[in-house]
Design a protein around this ligand. Structure first.
Ligand SMILES: [Zn+2]
Length: 467
């Protein structure tokens, strides 16, 4: 539920140490600070996120292609300079059976490369180039450095804060899909400073592994030339400016432009093998399949719960926040940066990580930009992406939320649990630290009248001690 925006502040992170006349002249990259997480945290967060990814994205599971990709990965790992080595990191390389040209790596080592990326490459060096860039994000611990900046507002435990944002929360029929919802905003979308660091360290890894770093620049050109508004990878890894020139300049500093390794017979074999398979599904097709699975076997279920009690009970989901909900509701789920309150019988969890509630509220904090309108739209867009049935059913209105000015918008959806139309209200307001407080109320459309008052009372009376 976090829409990460990189901060405008530029850190002096590129230290140019070009020694004139030295053959080993290269740019020295320093991992960003502060990073409040330990390398062991990187591993833990990355492993948990990787498990989530494997639930939501189909792996190719073809031993020969996987082995080929892992071979490239290991070649790069062996080339990591000692200064960037973390003994606890565990590097794994998996192929996702997905058409879009994309790849991503998670903290502590797990890397996922889309089949579409391997198919689009012109030689092995191009694949290695993207992997070297991704590996550099991991080595420089960019994911947790970013999380250090982003999680200013704390609800829940350390791991939960980040993981909640990664795997997303759930609300009513709204099922947050990690594949295109949280992960991309948290561990895959980096600032231009981090991008520049990953480009330069990536070139250095390429050179040390015997690849011609020129092919890394070639791959970026290949990506930019793909039709359809630019592939996903480039939108997650924005061009820090003069990307190709900067990489070639670094390659020259390293005297690595003559490295021969690029078009290998193994590369030809892997591409031929992929050509022989049925086409990879698109992200959208994968998502539709995942949604049909979550939560398992509950769609069409009849749900009957007691109406909201007239008396209220106050909970404290985090230090500095108090939420009063009808006395017959309780907390049913806490997903890191959000908490859900629902009456008995309204909460469902599937066996594959999905969950949903038919009556109740989710209260959470997302990363904001200071522009309430824009942040609210961004949250809505994220919802709509993973909920094809979601529609705005009224005009957004200015209304008090948590004792300050806020926005409320009514939405219509189809419940994942009952298959019936449901009413959703989304309310947002800014916190002083830049966070976006949101409250999502969910009820079947036929019961909307019974719940609207409760939702209003809950959002207006939330107390946040941020000033
Ligand atoms: Zn990047």
């Amino acid at each position: 539920m976090s829409t990460f925006r990189h901060h405008g502040r530029l850190l002096p992170i590129l230290l140019l140490t070009v020694a004139l006349g030295s053959a080993s002249a290269q740019t020295h990259i320093v991992a960003p600070t502060p990073n409040k997480y330990s390398p062991a945290d990187d591993v833990k967060l990355g492993q948990e996120a990787a498990q989530q990814v494997q639930k939501e994205l189909p792996l190719l599971n073809d031993p020969s292609v996987e082995e080929y990709l892992a071979g490239i990965g290991q070649r790069l790992v062996r080339a990591i300079p000692s200064e960037y080595q973390h003994p606890e990191f565990r590097y794994t390389f998996r192929v996702v059976n997905q058409k879009e040209i994309n790849a991503f790596a998670l903290p502590g080592g797990p890397m996922f490369v889309n089949r579409g990326m391997i198919e689009a490459a012109h030689d092995e060096g191009e694949i290695a180039g993207v992997m070297a860039h991704e590996l550099s994000h991991v080595l420089l611990r960019h994911g947790t450095a970013q999380a250090t900046k982003a999680t200013k507002y704390e609800i829940g435990a350390l791991a939960g804060q980040v993981l909640g944002a990664i795997v997303g929360g759930t609300a009513g029929g709204i099922i947050a899909q990690g594949s295109n919802f949280g992960i991309s905003t948290y561990f895959m979308k980096f600032s231009r400073e981090y991008e520049s660091q990953a480009d330069i360290l990536g070139v250095q890894l390429m050179a040390r592994a015997g690849y011609n770093p020129q092919s890394m620049a070639n791959m970026f050109r290949t990506l930019a030339q793909q039709s359809g508004g630019g592939p996903e990878w480039l939108s997650d890894h924005p061009n820090p400016g003069n990307r190709e020139q900067r990489m070639l300049q670094e390659a020259k500093l390293l005297n690595a432009t003559g490295n021969p390794y690029g078009n290998t017979p193994e590369f030809q074999r892997a591409q031929a093998r992929l050509k022989g398979m049925s086409p990879a599904p698109t992200a959208k097709e994968i998502q539709q399949q995942t949604q049909r699975r979550q939560p398992t076997g509950t769609s069409g279920r009849a749900v009957n719960v007691d109406p909201p009690a007239g008396s209220y009970r106050t909970y404290q989901p985090s230090n500095g926040m108090r939420v009063a909900v009808p006395a017959n509701w309780g907390p049913v789920q806490s997903a890191g940066n959000s908490v859900t309150y629902a009456p008995q019988g309204a909460y469902f969890s599937g066996d594959n990580g999905g969950s949903a509630f038919t009556h109740g509220v989710e209260v959470g904090v997302a990363q904001g930009t200071g522009d309430l309108q824009r942040d609210t739209n961004s949250l809505l867009r994220n919802f709509a992406q993973s909920n094809p049935d979601l529609q705005q059913s009224g005009r957004a209105r200015n209304e008090s939320v948590a004792g300050r000015s806020g926005i409320t918008v009514d939405l219509a959806n189809v419940s994942e649990v009952t298959g019936q139309p449901e009413y959703i209200s989304l309310s947002t307001t800014e916190l002083r630290n830049g966070g976006l407080l949101y409250v999502i109320g969910v009820a079947p459309r036929t019961e909307a009248g019974t719940y609207q008052d409760a939702f209003r009372r809950i959002r207006q009376n939330i107390q946040v001690a941020d000033r």
